[in-house]
Design a protein around this ligand. Structure first.
Ligand code: 0A1
Ligand code: ZN
Length: 879
């Protein structure tokens, strides 16, 4: 157990800060094993605060005090107090200068929060509350200050010294040290502070903004990675242009820097002018990175860049408002990626992710609203709900307002709140004010947790040629929330005629003069609503929630032939995919109930048609033919039947492979080419389709396909094809398996990101000896529990992407996870707590597994000295 139970922080308790910090001057000397941090704060009472206190409390953790001076006079014992979390000064005037000096120890900082070392490099991570591990401060986002930072370090070891803003002065000292002073003219919260010192190389480029300002762009990496930065630089330039064109936002400093580090808890961080990235989201070369990696880099670079306006210039008032910056920025990066690549496929990928992770979170013990109302540890709230559902909530406003009013809304938001720390409510108010639309009920999306369910039914009247759609909405209870209110939901629909075309949709009461469209955005507001479409000359098939216009679950009782029809004809590509998923899901359920069930001929026929249609969208086809994941299938069941799901999915794959063998071989051949690698949409689509075909063929377990797969591995001119082949081999029992895995290791042991893939393909193997193998790999010299990417690629992948093995009925997977969590907790609580979430959904499983999972959670709660991160997840999971 913890030394003391952690405090819960509530949104309702928010108070404006009692003091403000107008300026901070930092002077940081990187000494042999310590960093000496001198901070000079210009402070005053906050006129907006009603408090009359003269006591100042600053946040600070793990700081070794050297001195504290108030207006130049050193404070004596008794005039202040220091505890584990703060510095309190008993008496301060209304306006004053506070100077403190502390020592910190970055090399010992394994939590990777505050100032730490990644290899030989110093770097920082201050979101959410890491700045307090660097110096005493009002470490909250509504305290915004102008930062000037001087870094001093040995020139030979740390030739590059970076911080936010622009470099204004530098020099050399006699003792081999050098220094650089950086000034960031924009007032910002401490979570956006950054510092980097290292022996780095950079690639440079420049970007001229719409108003003609020249911005110096730099990407800093360790010397061996200098040839892997081009894609990141291109992505950055694309993002800068896109933000100008789509949101009218220009970059505001003379310099924009990105630094890639190997040890990083998350994807990347938007520090003002100095983004720090997990190297996974910067480094790419065709032989080391997959198509997905290239796309991931493009998306994350854009995300962090977009934060410059949505997050940095306008920031969050408090951490409950996290989705203000994250939901909006994710929506922006999703739209950017859609514009850069295949718009339809991007939406499918995002929805697949939302449904498999966010819907699961919303249905479990950690469910919380997009704007949570309480937390123990804010780091536990960087969740799929805040990010991905948050993005859906912004997307819905885009739908409800239409693109022009949405743009007016964001323009107003930037105009009204630039330089301020605000709330999600302030954002919605701008959308309302700009459009005149009442979003009062819509605001519930921010405060109400849970995934709404829409029960839909349709009735056609031949007599009066009308079609009535009835929709009932409900939302399940979630922890601390019952009796949910109806939400305001944009619900896009179409009605298909028998020839597959969309019918014009006129609602009862609409005048004949109104232009009618075939795609309607209905607005749901009450628990039960009916929409009556008139002049419908034939019985239609409805296409519901087109493009996934809201993050909800839709139920409609389609007949099998209607599903096949929609799969073939729906003009909405997203819904064609979604229907195909429903169809596969239905077949899988049939297989669970009857192992002898065989795939209906009409489905095979539809697949053959699609596979042989040269005009079909290859990227979409690959998505359509990808079966729902085992964990998604589990989510659809009352009680997750781990073994039946695995068995039936394998069996369906085998049946499809057998029946469509020739079509898959043809697809494989047609889409193979020895053309040079590029990341164009078409090339990516071809590779994904051909690797999908290979994965079906490998299901046949025949010598011929294995040979083909090995050939692809050996030909290997790009990592997408190599790792796809290796993954399939890792799943198989082929004799060459060990040799090829060894070969890959030998070839890539010097490249940490590629090595992560080597760990991951083994951890995701469907073979029954995988758990044993994972345990062995944990002893491998290249396994390093301090490196989050490595932990995620081995243990994270095993526990989250290998349902059948992780949930082995003997509980061995759960034991492995809880041992890892406990070991990790003393090193990096943030990552430990993230891993532990994988046990939180124990209620969804059968009784035996429930007990086994619960036991592990109880063991964790009962362990002495666990972090508040892990404590919060474990206790909330057990409730
Ligand atoms: N703001 C970053 C994500 C981030 C959050 C927390 C971190 O450390 C605890 C690091 C990064 C983003 O949205 O990209
Ligand atoms: Zn973000």
């Amino acid at each position: 157990m913890l030394r003391e139970n952690p405090r819960t922080i509530y949104l309702k308790d928010y108070q404006p800060p009692e003091f403000l910090i107008d300026q901070i001057r930092l002077h940081i000397t990187l000494e042999h094993d310590a960093a000496r941090v001198l901070a000079n704060l210009s402070m005053r009472k906050n006129p907006a605060s009603v408090s009359t206190t003269t006591t100042l409390r600053l946040d600070g953790e793990d700081l070794e005090p050297v001195y504290i001076k108030l207006d130049g006079v050193e404070l004596q014992v008794g005039e202040y107090a220091i505890d584990r979390e703060s510095l309190t000064i008993h008496q301060v005037p209304d306006q004053f200068e506070l100077e403190t000096e502390v020592l910190i120890y970055p090399a010992r900082n394994t939590a990777l929060e505050g100032l730490y070392k990644s290899g030989d490099m110093y770097c920082s991570q201050c979101e959410a509350e890491g700045f307090r591990k660097i110096t005493w401060y009002l470490d909250r986002p509504d305290v915004m200050s102008v930062f000037t930072t001087t870094i001093v370090a040995a020139k030979a070891k740390y030739p590059v010294l970076l911080s936010n803003g622009n470099p204004i002065e530098s020099g050399e000292l006699d003792d081999g040290n050098h220094w650089v002073t950086w000034e960031d003219p924009f007032s910002k919260p401490a979570y956006l502070f950054a510092l980097v010192a290292g022996d780095l190389l950079d690639i440079r480029d420049s970007y001229t903004t719409a108003s003609g300002r020249e911005v110096d762009l730099r990407i800093y990496v360790e010397p061996e990675n200098i040839d892997k930065c081009d894609h990141a630089m291109q992505s950055l330039k694309h993002a800068m242009l896109w933000d100008e064109q789509n949101y009218g936002r220009e970059y505001d400093l003379d310099m924009f820097m990105i630094v890639a580090v190997n040890d990083f808890n998350m994807g990347a961080m938007e520090n003002k002018g100095l983004n720090i990235f997990n190297s996974k989201y910067v480094l790419a070369r065709p032989d080391t990175a997959t198509d997905r990696d290239f796309q991931g880099i493009e998306g994350v670079i854009a995300h962090e860049y977009f934060h410059n306006w949505t997050g940095n210039r306008i920031t969050c008032r408090d951490w409950f408002q996290l989705s203000l910056k994250e939901g909006l920025t994710v929506f922006r990066d999703q739209e950017f990626s859609a514009d850069m690549g295949s718009c339809g496929v991007k939406r499918i990928e995002d929805v697949r992710m939302l449904r498999s992770h966010q819907f699961a979170e919303d249905a479990g013990p950690m469910a919380h609203p997009v704007r949570p109302d309480s937390y123990m540890e804010i780091n536990n709230f960087y969740t799929v709900t805040v990010y991905e559902k948050g993005a859906e909530v912004v997307r819905m406003q885009h739908h409800l307002l239409g693109p022009d009013n949405y743009r007016k809304g964001t323009d107003l938001y930037f105009e009204r709140y630039d330089g301020q720390a605000v709330t999600t409510d302030d954002f919605v108010k701008c959308m309302e004010d700009a459009s005149g639309k009442d979003l009062g009920q819509f605001r519930l999306w921010y405060s109400q947790a849970g995934t709404p369910k829409l029960n839909c039914s349709g009735a056609y009247s031949m007599v009066d040629k009308s079609y009535t759609l009835t929709i009932e909405q409900s939302c399940p209870d979630t922890p601390g929330q019952t009796n949910k209110q109806p939400l305001h939901i944009p619900f896009a629909i179409g009605l298909l005629a028998a020839d597959g075309t969309d019918l014009p949709l006129r609602l009862e009461g609409e005048s004949a003069a109104t232009t009618i469209s075939t795609n309607r955005m209905l607005e749901l507001k009450s628990a039960k609503q009916q929409f009556r479409f008139i002049d419908i000359m034939e019985q239609p098939v409805p296409s519901l929630l087109r493009c996934f216009s809201a993050p909800v679950k839709v139920k409609f009782d389609y007949r099998d032939d209607e599903l096949m029809f929609l799969m073939a004809h729906d003009s909405d590509g997203f819904n064609r995919w979604d229907t195909a998923q429903r169809v596969s899901q239905g077949m899988l359920i049939n297989l669970i109930n009857d192992p002898d069930y065989s795939v209906p001929e009409r489905y095979l026929h539809a697949c053959r048609m699609a596979l042989n249609d040269v005009a079909s969208d290859k990227a979409l086809l690959a998505e359509i033919l990808t079966l729902p994941s085992e964990s998604y299938l589990g989510d659809q069941m009352e009680v997750v039947d781990v073994d039946a799901i695995h068995r039936s999915r394998e069996s369906l794959k085998s049946q499809l492979a057998q029946e469509l063998k020739h079509d898959f071989i043809k697809i494989y051949q047609v889409n193979s080419g020895d053309e040079t690698y590029d990341v164009s949409q078409l090339s990516i689509a071809k590779r994904s389709l051909r690797n999908l075909a290979l994965s079906y063929l490998m299901q046949l377990d025949d010598a011929e396909t294995t040979e083909l797969c090995i050939k692809q591995y050996n030909a290997g001119n790009n990592m997408t094809d190599v790792i796809a082949a290796l993954g399939l081999i890792a799943d198989s029992d082929t004799l060459e398996r060990e040799g090829l895995l060894q070969d890959f290791y030998t070839r890539w042991q010097h490249d940490q990101l590629v090595l992560d893939k080597w760990f991951a393909v083994q951890a995701s193997s469907k073979r029954s000896d995988t758990l044993v193998k994972v345990k062995q790999l944990m002893q491998h010299p290249e396994f390093n529990i301090r490196n989050p990417n490595r932990v995620r690629s081995l243990i994270g992948v095993f526990c989250s992407a290998n349902q059948a093995n992780f949930h082995a009925i003997d509980g061995s997977g759960y034991a492995l996870l809880s041992e890892t969590v406990l070991q990790l907790d003393s090193i990096n609580p943030q990552i430990a707590a993230r891993m532990l979430r994988l046990l939180s959904r124990w209620r969804r499983f059968d009784e035996t597994r429930q007990q086994l999972m619960q036991q592990q959670l109880q063991k964790i709660v009962g362990t002495d000295g666990i972090s508040k991160d892990v404590y919060e997840v474990a206790t909330k999971s057990l409730v």
